[in-house]
Design a protein around this ligand. Sequence first.
Ligand SMILES: [Zn+2]
Length: 126
Amino acid sequence: MLKIRKSIHESMVNYLDRFDYEEGGVLLGEDGVIDEFIPMTNVSSMKQSLYKMEPGEWLQIFKKNKDRILGTIHSHTVKLATPSKTDVSNLCMGITLIYSKQDKLVRAFKINRNISWFEDDIEIIK
Ligand SMILES: [Zn+2]
C-alpha cells in the first residue's frame, strides 16, 4: 500500500492536466508516503504516447534526493492507466504511477523490468 498526501495528489493531477501530451515527474517521500512531486520535462519525440525524462534534470534530482526517491509518475493521454510495453522496459525506479487523463485516475504499479507488473493500492492521506 502506497500513501500520498492529498495536497501532492492534487498538485500532480493539476499539473498533468495542463498538457495535452504525456508529462510526468519524480515522487519523493519516506516510509512509503509520497510528500513531494517534482515535475520533469518530457523529451520524447513522440510526446503524445511516450514519456521520456530529461536526463540532466533526472541526474540533478537523483543526486540531491537519492534517499527520498520513491518512484515516478507520468500521464497517459488516451490510453488506459496501465503500463505500456515501453513503461515496462524503461521506468523501473521504485513505484510507477500512471495518471490516465481519460479516466481522471491515478494508479500505482510495481514493475519487474521487461517481465511483468502488478498494481498496488494507493491511499490518499492528509
Ligand atoms: Zn506510460
